[in-house]
Design a protein. Structure first.
Length: 285
C-alpha cells in the first residue's frame, strides 16, 4: 500500500519497517524486533553497550534514561545495578512507555517510567547519578534547553552520556542526510546538528568536561559494526574494486594497521549524519 510521506506516527513507521522483508537486518540492528526482552538482552551484550558500561565503571545509584524508546538502554542500566527512571513521551506499546513497562515487568527489573519530554524534565535538581540519552539530542526541539535540563538533574560528580548523535559538516548537508534516512520520509522526525552546536550546547549547560567520541573510534558509534567486521567489509569493498582479496587481507590484517587507517580516515569523514557520542561530567561543588 502506498503511504503518504510524513503522515505516520513513529509507532506506525516502525511497524511499516518491520513488515519490509528487505529491511530485516536494519530492524535487528535497531533492536526493533520482538520479543522485546530478547532484543534488550542482545543490546546488553553488544559491543556498543559494553563500551558504555566501561564508561560507567565504579558508578552506582540512580540513572535516568532520556528518550528511552522501547527501553533497551533502561534494561541495560538496570542489569548494571542502577535504579532506573525511563523518560519516554510516546505511550506506544511497541516503541514507547507501555513497551518499557511490559519489559520491566517481564524482566523483573526496577525501571520507573515517566511520560515527558527532555526539554522539561519533571525532576528536582541533582536527582540522578547517571543521565543517559541514546540518539536523543538530535531529536530535541530545543537543543540548548535539553542540555541544560540534563545538567540540572544530574548530581555533582555525575556523568551524562549522549550516545550516537547525528552530525553534519554544514547546514546544506541536512537535506542529503534526511533523504538517505530509512524512516524520515515516513514520519518526518529526524534531524542532525553541526558538531559545534552539540559541544556548545553541552558546554553552555555547565558541564565541567565534554569528551567527544568520534565516529570511527568508539564501538558506541561503530555499531552494528565492530572493528573486525568493519575491517572485513572494507576488504570486501576493496576487493570488488581491485581484485586482490588475499593482498588486502594481509595488508589490513593487523589490528594496529587498520586502527591507524581509521584514524587517518576520520580526517576525511564528512558523511552527512555520521555518529558522534559525548561524555560529559558535572563537577563537584
Amino acid at each position: 500500500m502506498e503511504m503518504d510521506p510524513k503522515t505516520l506516527s513513529w509507532e506506525n513507521a516502525v511497524i511499516w519497517l518491520r513488515n519490509q522483508p528487505s529491511q530485516r537486518q536494519l530492524v535487528l540492528d535497531a533492536f526493533y524486533d520482538d520479543p522485546l526482552i530478547a532484543a534488550a538482552e542482545r543490546y546488553f551484550c553488544s559491543d556498543e553497550w559494553q563500551a558504555v558500561s566501561q564508561l560507567l565503571q565504579g558508578r552506582t545509584g540512580t540513572a535516568l534514561d532520556v528518550g528511552a524508546g522501547r527501553g533497551i538502554a533502561s534494561y541495560a542500566l538496570a542489569r548494571e545495578g542502577f535504579a532506573v527512571t525511563a523518560l519516554e513521551p510516546d505511550p506506544s506499546a511497541i516503541v514507547g512507555a507501555s513497551a518499557i513497562r511490559a519489559l520491566a515487568a517481564e524482566a523483573r527489573l526496577p525501571i520507573k517510567v515517566v511520560e515527558e519530554f527532555s526539554e522539561r524534565l519533571p525532576f528536582a535538581d541533582d536527582t540522578f547519578d547517571i543521565v543517559f540519552a541514546r540518539a536523543v539530542l538530535h531529536h530535541t526541539r530545543d537543543l540548548d534547553s535539553a542540555c541544560r535540563e540534563m545538567f540540572r538533574v544530574l548530581r555533582p560528580n555525575g556523568i551524562f552520556i549522549a550516545a550516537r548523535e547525528h552530525v553534519i559538516s554544514k547546514e546544506a548537508d541536512l537535506g542529503q542526510f534526511l533523504d538517505q534516512h530509512p524512516l524520515h520520509h515516513l514520519y518526518g522526525g529526524e534531524h542532525a546538528f553541526l558538531l559545534d552546536q552539540y559541544t556548545s550546547a553541552l558546554n553552555d549547560a555547565g558541564f565541567d568536561t565534554v569528551d567527544v567520541l568520534r565516529p570511527l573510534k568508539s564501538p558506541i558509534n561503530l555499531f552494528p559494526y565492530t572493528t573486525d567486521s568493519l575491517r572485513t567489509a572494507v576488504v570486501e569493498k576493496l576487493s570488488q574494486k581491485i581484485p586482490a582479496g588475499p593482498l588486502w587481507r594481509v595488508a589490513l590484517g593487523r589490528k594496529r594497521v587498520f586502527t591507524s587507517l581509521l584514524w587517518l580516515a576520520e580526517h576525511f569523514d564528512n558523511r552527512p549524519g555520521r555518529l558522534y557520542s559525548f561524555v560529559c561530567r558535572k563537577a563537584r561543588p
